[in-house]
Design a protein around this ligand. Structure first.
Ligand code: HEC
Ligand code: HEC
Length: 242
């Protein structure tokens, strides 16, 4: 934006100048192009931990925002398995998800629920500004995971471990560990943490990726190659990882 505004000013300023000044114009434009990203970068405000904390734990009655903690638990440690744990998840991933629940014009949100219907989250993210999202994500990324889940299905643990560590080469399913890391803690900024998350939530998300209700090309290709049984087994295994 800033770059375009500066280029336009140069354009107007240079109008009617002799052609030899064109070199000067190009030089100026190039100069602004290189300093501009730096000036934009410097103007980014650091997320506010205190504001994120308040908004998540208490909501903001004046804006009709209810406390996120009422579903996701205090500090993002959920005790209700249908509501995912959010504590200790990476800042970048949380920001991306909250933006993707928001509707983008006619196309609808990138992340929706069953049959492409709104999820529980759709209504809550509508009220959040980008700054709110950044503050909350920053707060959550600093909270340790404490209400973590466990693996429940002894019968599928072997299949789950196999998919996690080695994938299913015959179906071209890659090892989950390759991206989500061996212990499931993910790679901040790139891949979310799955360890300690509730298995029914992971299973549901894999099915949403497969149906395209939640749009992500990498996870769609992977989940599309798995049966319901594979998905259940690997979700249960990932939930118990530490
Ligand atoms: C009524 C309960 C409820 C409330 C209130 C709520 N959430 Fe959620 N949240 C959910 C559910 C259920 C999901 C799973 C959504 C899905 O299946 O697509 C979810 C998913 C999420 C996710 C995605 C997690 C992941 O691992 O990808 C984030 C981030 C999130 N919520 C943040 C928030 C924030 C921030 C607030 C407050 C502004 C909030 N939630 C309020 C129920 C709730
Ligand atoms: C090539 C890298 C890659 C591999 C391999 C991979 N994933 Fe993912 N996974 C991702 C990315 C990237 C995301 C975040 C998608 C988004 O932004 O919505 C993700 C998200 C997920 C989520 C959603 C987490 C949440 O909190 O909502 C689940 C569940 C998941 N992956 C399971 C798996 C399983 C199980 C496997 C192995 C069968 C696997 N992934 C293999 C890259 C990968």
């Amino acid at each position: 934006m800033l770059f375009m505004r500066f280029s336009w000013i140069i354009e107007v300023f240079m109008k009617g100048m002799p052609t030899k000044f064109i070199i000067l114009k190009n030089f100026l434009t190039l100069f602004i192009f290189f300093i501009n990203p730096i000036s934009v970068f410097c103007s980014i405000e650091k997320p506010d931990l205190k504001k994120g904390n308040e908004l998540f734990e208490l909501g903001d009655a004046s804006r009709g925002i209810i406390a996120c903690a009422s579903c996701h638990g205090s500090e993002g440690n959920s005790s209700i398995p249908i509501n995912p744990n959010l504590s200790g998840q990476s800042y970048e991933y949380l920001v991306k998800q909250l933006i993707e629940f928001q509707s983008k014009g006619e196309e609808g949100p990138i992340r929706s629920g069953i049959n492409g219907e709104p999820t529980q989250m759709t209504i809550f993210v509508k009220l959040l500004s980008l700054k709110d999202i950044q503050d909350i994500a920053f707060y959550l990324s600093m909270q340790p995971l404490s209400n973590s889940s466990v693996s429940n299905c002894k019968e599928t643990i072997e299949l789950g471990a196999k998919i996690w560590r080695a994938g299913l080469p015959e179906k071209k399913v890659p090892a989950c560990a390759a991206c989500h890391s061996a212990d499931g803690s993910g790679i901040p900024g790139q891949y979310p943490r799955l360890s300690g998350q509730f298995s029914n939530y992971l299973e549901e998300q894999l099915k949403f990726f497969r149906s395209g209700y939640r749009k992500n090309i990498t996870m769609h290709i992977i989940s599309d190659r798995m049966t319901d049984k594979d998905i259940k087994a690997v979700s249960d295994y990932a939930a118990g990882l530490r």
